[in-house]
Ligand binder design. Structure first.
Ligand SMILES: C[S@@+](CC[C@H](N)C(=O)[O-])C[C@H]1O[C@@H](n2cnc3c(N)ncnc32)[C@H](O)[C@@H]1O
Length: 329
């Protein structure tokens, strides 16, 4: 079992969908000219597919990879976007990355996965993607920033303890945790990728009280594992945060990063494709219409809004944060 419950994934799906950076969805060029093959790593119950498939503007066949077969079974148990086919692949990615069919893929993607993995595993992933010359899109990587409103004593202590906990082994070796998005940008850039990033922060208000409460519970547990001697202070912090949530006045911003990457050869082809297709592949409002076989599908014009990276830049501040937060070391 992965430790990620179906209930938790359902609870976060709305906040994830609201936070994601649509501008990073790449223009993908199906190898067969018709249907894009998308490999989704750590697919869980399919939230990434439900968000991304309708934005690809061409039919897609998803290879949904996860080591938790029970979560994968939930993908096909509910409706999924029209023009989408799903093949579950139950696999421990930590042990068997080489069994992922990268060579078939038109896009490799993951959501809420990279902060769980180690640097060594991420290097292997970057090497496998680069060898297949496949575009990548990694969404919702937690980056260590947290801002509660109103503030309470203990918020910063808990954030630091949680971020230490994030660096523990989550099955892939010592996890990168909050450093993951920056390391991924650097490792893919080193393999010749043109990397773009955008903030995908959760901004949770009173309507997301259930998600806020689940985070308090999860963060309390994580903080206690790191600092068991602080039990009384941590329990007191949780009680005060729960009281704010119950009052309807609690707001919470949680920092995430979305990362997109185009492989070296695709950069040149895609720039060419953008020049050729901009006038024919998009409507005036930027939405896609039917494309000729072999044309890239996605939202090339929208990508102009995002930040291009060859190296990780400073993290953006959280929207609505009462003052700038310094990212943890
Ligand atoms: C935070 S969840 C994200 C799930 C889904 N991508 C989403 O956005 O809802 C992380 C997912 O990675 C999967 N996972 C964790 N370790 C894994 C491993 N070693 N091999 C394959 N999948 C793994 C978990 O089962 C879980 O579904």
């Amino acid at each position: 079992m992965s430790g990620f419950s179906e209930q938790w994934l359902a609870l976060r799906e709305g906040a994830d969908a609201a936070a994601r950076a649509a501008a990073l969805v790449p223009a993908i060029r199906p190898r067969d000219g018709r249907t894009a093959v998308v490999v989704d790593l750590g697919a869980g119950t399919g939230a990434n597919l439900r968000w991304l498939a309708p934005r690809l503007a061409c039919p897609s066949r998803w290879i949904a990879v996860d080591h938790d077969a029970a979560l994968l079974a939930r993908i096909t148990a509910r409706p999924f976007p029209e023009g989408t086919a799903v093949e579950p692949l139950a696999l421990d990615l930590a042990q068997a990355l080489d069994r992922v069919p990268f060579a078939q893929a038109d896009l490799v993607t993951a959501s809420a996965l990279l902060d769980l993995v180690s640097e060594a595993w991420l290097e292997r992933l970057a090497a496998a993607c680069a060898a297949a010359r496949v575009p990548v899109l990694f969404a919702l990587t937690y980056d260590g920033r947290v801002a509660w409103t109103p503030r309470e004593r203990g918020d910063e202590t808990v954030r630091e303890l949680v971020n230490r906990h994030q660096r523990g082994d989550k099955g892939f070796g010592p996890a990168l945790g909050p450093a993951a998005a920056g390391r991924a940008a650097a490792l893919f850039a080193a393999r010749g990728y043109e990397v773009s990033s955008a903030a995908s922060d959760w901004t949770l208000g009173p309507e997301e009280a259930a998600l806020q409460s689940a985070l308090v519970a999860g963060w309390l547990e994580a903080a206690l594992e790191v600092a068991p001697a602080e039990r009384a202070a941590l329990a007191d912090w949780a009680a005060r945060r729960r009281a704010w949530i119950a009052s309807g006045a609690s707001r919470l911003a949680v920092g995430h990063v979305d990362l997109g990457g185009l492989p070296e050869r695709r950069n040149a082809e895609d720039a060419e494709g953008r020049r050729e297709n901009r006038s024919t592949s998009l409507r005036g409002d930027g939405s896609a219409r039917a494309l000729p076989a072999g044309a890239p599908c996605g939202a090339p014009a929208a990508r102009l809004a995002v930040q291009r990276l060859t190296r990780p830049t400073r993290k953006p501040e959280l929207c609505g944060a009462p003052r700038p937060l310094r990212p943890p070391r």
